[in-house]
Design a binder for this molecule. Structure first.
Ligand code: G3I
Length: 425
């Protein structure tokens, strides 16, 4: 941005000597053929002023032209628009020391409105897909860090914290690890995995990926969705089919993954992330017991991620608080990692009900000192996994498909602004 004209130097001649050579030459030229009365500085200042005035008026005319043809708003305003930080989720959450996060995919950053909304509203990002096994390690001998690197650069440029998702999951595996469908059977592992060979592959994968983002990624979802709804271990290639050497030994394979991740980056906060384990139930009990055992054994676990994919009839706020409190008493952080509130329609009634849920979820996080992140799984209904996964549902995020702030956004902002700091996060 140009310096404003107001602080141009006052007119006086003694400046000449310490002007850079180029300017001196220029000055000399000035001396020979312009109005004799005015000192050179005056001429210079005057010239600059007139030049500034000319360019500004050109800019203004362009601006008016562009805004009349409606593209300026689209192209420039989102990025360079000066905005009142206090009127953003990011700014308003600062006094609560609460991170407001969003899961993003780097291709969407080519959408200027998407990019501007993320920059203005969020203090933390998460790699929604580009650090999953299939995306980052597509072939045995090759890694593709392009997507994650783009998010690292974006986060750094915009002073945002970067959270990474995920190192060990039963889904999104490349064919060379587990054939996803018979169509790709020929691309499957050449010989069936043994616990030893799979252990080696996973150890190398975690070390390579975590080491690369040491100092860039503040927290990792090391293991994602390890439990069934009844609290038993989810069957997976990593647990017992054939597993990495701890088949039938409960959460031991999770502990192993945490130990490998910690070795690769001792500073990173390490999480186990799950869905439907937000309130008090068999699954959250299993998460709690795993966490308590790990801390007793000295396994490097720093927190629990609660995905929070809910509907607008969610009503277990008290149980949610109790679950966070018991994890907090273990000394763990709790992070809301994938919040969205899916609706069957976008009527005013539904949007108000949704706003109420977002507001109350945020209040629980604000009230519980163990809760350090409130993160939505995306930002806009334009890019949401809900319609494809939950048929008949949608409209789940705080911004609509045209990036218009929804009642849910306004309800969260109001809470962040109204609430005085209630808990030290
Ligand atoms: O990037 C490739 C692209 O190159 C290719 O052209 C395209 C077509 O095949 O696929 C793209 O990859 C897709 C990826 O999303 C990025 O868009 C994968 O096929 C698709 O399976 C993947 O879906 C993601 C899904 O997890 C599986 O990884 C969804 O976007 C993502 O929202 C969803 O997120 C999960 C969390 O990780 C865990 N919790 C539940 C949540 C919702 O299922």
């Amino acid at each position: 941005m140009w310096e404003s004209l107001d602080n141009l130097p006052d007119v006086s001649c003694e400046h000449v000597d310490n002007q850079p050579d180029a300017l001196k030459a220029d000055t000399l030229r000035l001396k020979s053929n312009d109005e004799p009365t005015m000192s050179f500085d005056c001429r210079l200042a005057k010239r600059t002023r007139s030049f500034e005035q000319v360019t500004r008026s050109v800019a203004v005319i362009c601006g008016m032209l562009l805004s009349t043809i409606g593209c300026r708003k689209e192209v420039r305003e989102p990025i360079t628009q000066k905005f009142d930080a206090a009127q953003t989720l990011r700014g308003a959450a600062e006094k609560h020391h609460l991170l407001m996060g969003a899961a993003v995919d780097s291709p969407y950053l080519n959408d200027a409105r998407y990019r501007a909304t993320v920059i203005q509203e969020y203090s933390a990002l998460e790699t929604a897909n580009e650090l999953k096994f299939d995306a980052v390690h597509p072939k045995p001998e090759s890694y593709d860090f392009s997507g994650a690197d783009a998010l690292v650069a974006f986060a750094r440029t915009n002073s945002m914290k970067l959270r990474a998702h995920n190192l060990l999951w039963h889904r999104s595996l490349p064919n060379w690890i587990a054939v996803n469908d018979w169509m790709h059977a020929q691309n499957g592992p050449s010989t069936p995995w043994t616990p030893e060979t799979l252990n080696k592959v996973l150890a190398e994968h975690i070390a390579t990926v975590v080491r690369r983002y040491r100092g860039e990624v503040y927290a990792w979802d090391v293991v994602n969705e390890p439990f069934n709804e009844d609290g038993s271990m989810r069957s997976s290639i990593w647990y017992e089919k054939p597993g990495i050497g701890f088949a039938g030994e409960g959460t031991k394979y999770i502990a192993q993954a945490l130990i490998w991740a910690h070795a690769a980056d001792p500073e990173a906060r390490l999480f186990v992330n799950e869905y439907n384990a937000e309130t008090l139930n068999k699954k959250s009990d299993a998460m709690y017991e795993m966490a308590r055992d790990f801390l007793r054994q000295g396994v490097p676990l720093n927190g629990i991620g609660m995905q929070m994919h809910v509907e607008s009839d969610f009503n277990s706020f008290e149980d949610l608080s109790k679950n966070i409190q018991r994890l907090g008493r273990l000394g763990l952080e709790v992070q809301f990692t994938e919040v969205d509130v899916r609706l069957r329609d976008d009527s005013d009634v539904s949007l108000r009900a949704q706003a109420d849920i977002y507001e109350r979820l945020l209040n629980v996080c604000l009230r519980e000192s163990a809760c350090t992140l409130f993160q939505t799984w995306g930002i806009t209904d334009r890019y949401s996994f809900i319609p494809e996964t939950f048929r008949g549902y949608g409209w789940a995020l705080p911004f609509d498909e045209n990036y218009k702030k929804k009642p849910a956004y306004n309800a969260m902002l109001k809470q962040l602004q109204l609430q005085s700091k209630v808990a030290e996060h």
